[in-house]
Design a protein around this ligand. Structure first.
Ligand code: IMP
Ligand code: MG
Length: 179
């Protein structure tokens, strides 16, 4: 993989903000009256998204994280998903919202959802910021998706390429061999 690349803006910070407003409204409506919603972020890519999303939730919220390995430093998905950091909160009988940065092949989320389901949550839903439908290998039910994007490698707003560019306030597509 080339070390030299440029980032072409794809989704602006304002577009992200407006979309999160809409998603948060829908999530607030969906979970209205919940005793507690455990929001489970998938590290590390979801950390910016989850921070913006939970601040718009008008519900009793608890925040927890899971880390699952997927890409390493490559852009090819490994089908083998390992849990590197498990949940701290008990979720049995709880409403759970899994927050993911990107659903690509779907393997990561499928694995995580199967694991969480064994803890017998009351409701288990997914909110993904981005989805690449053309890349899907296993079916995933994400009740909420921010943006559907084409098959491009993206960075920014928490999402990295080899640990870089997480701090970009917008989402951009990586152009290899650029500048
Ligand atoms: P999946 O298991 O193929 O669905 O992979 C999902 C994970 O791969 C996401 O949580 C991301 O961490 C990573 N990923 C997928 N596409 C991209 C991308 O375009 N940029 C950066 N990371 C990505
Ligand atoms: Mg991820």
């Amino acid at each position: 993989m080339s070390d030299s690349y440029s980032v072409r803006p794809l989704i602006t910070a304002q577009q992200i903000e407006e979309r999160i407003d809409v998603l948060a409204d829908q999530i607030n409506d969906h979970f209205e009256g919940t005793e507690k919603l455990v929001v489970v972020g998938l590290l590390r890519g979801s950390f910016v998204f989850i921070a913006d999303l939970v601040r718009r939730l008008d519900l009793p919220v608890e925040v927890d994280f899971i880390e699952a390995s997927s890409y390493g430093n490559e852009t090819e998905s490994s089908r083998e998903v390992r849990i590197l950091k498990d949940l701290r909160s008990p979720i049995e009988g709880r409403d759970v919202l899994v927050v993911e940065d990107i659903v690509d092949t779907g393997h990561t989320l499928k694995h995580v959802l199967r694991l969480l389901a064994t803890h017998k949550p009351n409701r288990l839903e997914v909110c993904a910021l981005l989805s690449k439908p053309s890349r899907r290998e296993v079916e995933i039910r994400a009740r909420w998706t921010g943006f559907e994007i084409p098959d491009e490698f993206v960075v920014g707003y928490g999402i990295d390429y080899a640990q870089r560019n997480r701090n970009l306030p917008y989402i951009g597509a990586v152009e290899f061999g650029g500048d």
